[in-house]
Design a protein around this ligand. Structure first.
Ligand SMILES: C[S@@+](CC[C@H](N)C(=O)[O-])C[C@H]1O[C@@H](n2cnc3c(N)ncnc32)[C@H](O)[C@@H]1O
Length: 260
């Protein structure tokens, strides 16, 4: 398993997770979780969701958080232990496209902002469906980085950087918009979708969420922009920030389907 494009660390995920709490709660509701259920959180990161899921299934249930990154699993295990849920909330290292779980093991499965990192998201969805019981819910939530936009008079640079982020920086940066099609191609019923627009006037947060340091550096290396253009871009946004007029937005899309 190799580290994915756009790799992020556990602290980044916990910080971003705080901004997405309302969307996370909605995903748990769509899973129709009951006490005693077994649930999977695929691409669980540092256990951003597994501890809350643990409280929803209760001590007689089981939560498995699965992620291929060793550092995420270590952090998630520590957090579960600190929260006192580690008896029924476990984390293990897996590759999303080949899950080491029995067919129809889980009552429901979720995955949040994982598919954008995958070369073969259809295979990961097949695996999620395989390990879900008939009648169980599969919920996938992801960003459509193709909708990322920033208010700037430098629209040309803005578009080039946004396009680089969506099409090159990540394996599957427009993932969110593709989920409906992926779900429709599988043995699922009652497919629903919801779109969550996220906007911020916080420049520092936007830079963190888009991994701007790294993506701009890579865009420069790939000759998508010149050093002069990057300088102009950053100066313009810093000015907007200092004047209190910075604004950017992006859409997240959540799809739910029931296994036949
Ligand atoms: C953007 S993070 C989201 C983490 C978590 N779902 C959350 O909401 O905080 C994506 C996660 O997917 C994991 N990941 C990437 N490729 C993977 C793969 N092939 N199999 C399993 N996990 C993977 C990364 O290690 C990372 O923890």
């Amino acid at each position: 398993m190799t580290q994915s494009k756009g790799y992020v660390d556990p602290q980044y995920l916990l910080a971003v997770g705080n901004q997405l709490n309302h969307i996370k709660q909605r995903s748990y509701a769509l899973m129709q979780i009951q006490l005693g259920h077994k649930v999977l959180d695929l691409g669980c990161g540092p256990g951003t969701d597994t501890i809350t899921l643990g409280s929803l299934v209760g001590v007689n249930g089981q939560v498995i958080g699965a992620d291929y990154d060793e550092a995420m699993i270590t952090e998630a295990e520590q957090r579960a232990e600190q929260a006192g849920v580690n008896a029924w909330v476990r984390h293990q290292r897996v590759d999303a496209v080949s899950l080491p779980f029995a067919t129809a093991y889980f009552d429901s499965c979720r995955s949040e902002r994982l598919f954008q990192h995958l070369l073969n998201p259809a295979q990961a969805l097949c695996e999620m469906i395989r390990v879900t019981k008939p009648g169980g819910w599969v919920v996938v939530l992801d960003t459509d980085w193709g909708t990322w936009s920033t208010d700037s008079d430098d629209t040309d640079i803005e578009r080039r950087l946004a396009r680089f982020l969506a099409e090159t920086f990540l394996h599957n940066g427009c993932s969110g918009r593709k989920l409906y099609r992926l779900f429709k191609q599988q043995m699922l019923t009652d497919i629903s979708f919801e779109v969550f627009p996220l906007a911020t006037t916080n420049y520092a947060l936007a830079r963190q969420v888009t991994q701007a340091e790294r993506s701009e550096r890579e865009a420069l290396k790939a000759s998508v922009i010149t050093a002069q253009e990057l300088q102009r871009w950053q100066t313009g946004l810093e000015k907007a920030d200092s004047e209190g007029i910075y604004f950017s937005s992006v859409n997240l899309i959540m799809i739910a389907g029931c296994k036949k």
